[in-house]
Design a binder for this molecule. Structure first.
Ligand SMILES: Nc1ncnc2c1ncn2[C@@H]1O[C@H](COP(=O)(O)OP(=O)(O)OP(=O)(O)O)[C@@H](O)[C@H]1O
Length: 375
């Protein structure tokens, strides 16, 4: 069945769902567009402030109805109110976070962000996650870049994640990582226009309705810039910190500064700055060229008030291997690029704790106190 047909069928079926006041959900003006992807169905119910709880049963029924119409797809229904759609209120000082709750089974969370798109944030996130796994940490990666998910391509994920009977996702397994992305539920080139509240709801479900098992660390690949998804994540979980990725060209840092400023306001610890596409290594001679000069990133990190974590070269093989679903840490684990990512991973762990090895030991210590190394 084509997507519009299924969306229309779900909408008619929602006529059976009663909303407060006695009307039905299908005819309710606050019902959003119904987004259908090969793996998921998502829609939002917009309600007046204070009516969220009253609409709870309607939401439950709507999920059941949509699930009946779309078996095998993940159904995501969010209730939104004026209060939520307004975004953060920075003007009165710190935003008011609702209670933060841990993600079951996940011990530590590190987010990877950037001031703008295309700087290699996802590439960095994936290779950091692989480097953590190589250190013996049980590692997961969550693609929170709902607007441009690239983790499926970078990790060569195929097919959709399985959905258990209780609606919980089973994450993909890739190179020792557990990976979750909305991207593997879309058709090729399908662009989903997530409106703010729906995106935050989808993020919540990807994060909390995934069976991560036991993870020492979850790496979250944020969307570029700052927006609803960032706020939603920062408000609902306590992060160990965030890593910011930038390119030398971006080191005027206007965009990065905005991201950093927002994170600071929201109480997110900044683990440091990674400079990507920093220098060039000639493929034939292996010689290094500091085409953008040296020292700029360290200065920029200092200006932003955070540690400098290291630099990653601009190398064609990073692009080619990544595009083929084989990140440098997998394609050439002993190559210079993999080494750069591993060093950065250690710098991240050092920034998160007293030193990288202390952090690894502490993070990896299972209940019996032994490091977990049998990934
Ligand atoms: N160090 C590098 N050398 C060469 N190519 C790179 C390097 N880092 C990233 N790339 C390439 O640049 C492109 C953008 O990288 P990536 O998708 O990681 O960026 P992003 O910041 O996550 O972008 P988006 O805005 O899509 O979230 C990809 O094609 C990737 O393979």
């Amino acid at each position: 069945m084509s997507d519009p047909d299924l969306a229309a069928r779900i909408k008619s079926a929602l006529a059976a769902v009663e909303i407060p006041g006695g009307a039905d959900l299908a005819g309710y003006a606050g019902l959003s567009e119904i987004i259908v992807t090969p793996g998921a169905v998502a829609f939002a119910i917009s309600v007046a402030q204070g009516m969220e709880a009253a609409f709870g049963p309607a939401r439950e029924q709507a999920i059941a109805v949509a699930q009946r119409e779309a078996p095998g797809r993940k159904v995501m229904v969010s209730i939104t109110s004026e209060k939520q759609t307004g975004g953060p209120r920075f003007s009165h000082g710190t935003p008011q976070p609702p209670g933060k709750t841990p993600v079951p089974g996940v011990r530590h969370i590190i987010a990877v962000g950037s001031g703008k798109g295309g700087v290699g944030k996802s590439t960095t996130a994936v290779n950091l996650a692989l480097a953590f796994a190589a250190e013996g940490l049980r590692t997961g990666i969550l693609d929170a870049d709902l607007y441009g998910p690239s983790i499926p391509k970078l990790l060569g994920l195929e097919g959709r994640p399985a959905i258990r009977e209780d609606g919980i996702f089973t994450p993909h397994g890739a190179y020792g990582l557990k990976a979750m992305s909305i991207g593997s539920m879309l058709t090729k080139d399908q662009a989903v226009v997530w409106r703010g509240p729906m995106a935050t709801s989808a993020l919540r479900q990807l994060l909390r309705e995934t069976d991560w098992g036991e993870l020492d660390v979850l790496v979250v690949d944020l969307p570029p810039g700052t927006g609803d998804i960032h706020i939603s994540l920062f408000q609902q979980v306590t992060l160990d910190g965030a890593v910011i990725v930038s390119t030398p060209q971006d080191l005027a840092l206007i965009d990065a500064k905005k991201a950093v400023d927002m994170m600071q306001r929201m109480g997110v610890r900044l683990l440091g700055l990674v400079e990507n596409m920093s220098y060039f290594i000639a493929p034939d001679t292996g010689r290094r060229y500091d085409i953008f000069g040296t020292g700029g990133a360290e200065r920029a990190a200092a200006e932003l008030g955070m540690p400098f974590l290291g630099a990653i070269p601009l190398v064609m093989s990073i692009r080619e291997d990544s595009d083929a679903g084989r990140p440098p840490l997998v394609a050439e684990p002993d190559g210079p690029e993999a080494k750069a990512f591993r060093q950065i991973a250690r710098a991240v762990l050092a920034s998160a704790g007293s030193d990288p090895f202390a952090t690894i030991t502490e993070w990896a210590s299972a209940a019996d106190g032994k490091a977990y190394r049998d990934l």
